[in-house]
Design a protein around this ligand. Structure first.
Ligand SMILES: [Zn+2]
Length: 176
């Protein structure tokens, strides 16, 4: 299934993206065994001004993070030899506050959702969600719109509301 169905979707996405402030010098590492997904993520993120590093296995990704240093990781859940959860744990051992977005074609087990900052399903709407989450996680100074405390890498993933407001996962359950 193509992630972007029409070429015009790419163009309209890029013009949206280009109106945002340029995220100077921020490095995003994409880890996925599917080369088409890697290519897609590279196009989207480079279009938004990020520097992109690609790895086709967990080992390669962990090494790149160690050697090059990165600001955020997009991580596939299901890969041969090493699950995304193992990769996430190894990345966090190197850099405890590293934001990690897990992408998956299927549902994510609860254990995996607890380890990473957020989960983005692989669908044809993935590009928009992905960019929004990358932007939210990579730029510091996130404040909960409910309790006004900072949002960091919480146990329960935070929830993005309309108009760019964000709340702690726990606060979200108090609101609804
Ligand atoms: Zn809160």
């Amino acid at each position: 299934m193509p992630l972007l169905s029409k070429e015009c979707e790419v163009h309209s996405l890029m013009s949206d993206v280009n109106n945002l402030a340029k995220p100077l010098g921020r490095k995003v590492l994409c880890i996925d065994d599917d080369l088409d997904v890697l290519k897609f993520e590279k196009v989207i993120l480079e279009g938004a001004g990020y520097e992109v590093l690609l790895a086709s296995s967990g080992d390669e990704g962990v090494n790149l993070a160690k050697v090059r240093g990165v600001d955020l990781v997009l991580l596939d859940y299901e890969m041969p030899r090493m699950f995304g959860t193992d990769v996430a744990q190894r990345l966090r051992a190197i850099q405890p506050t590293l934001p990690i977005i897990m992408v998956s074609g299927g549902d994510l087990p609860e254990e995996a959702a607890r380890i990473v900052d957020c989960f983005v399903p692989k669908t044809n709407k993935m590009a928009t969600t992905l960019l929004r989450e990358v932007k939210r996680l990579i730029h510091p100074g996130r404040i909960c719109a409910f309790c006004s405390l900072p949002i960091q890498n919480e146990q329960v993933p935070s929830v993005l509301l309309e108009a760019g407001k964000e709340v702690h996962g726990e606060c979200y359950f108090k609101m609804i």
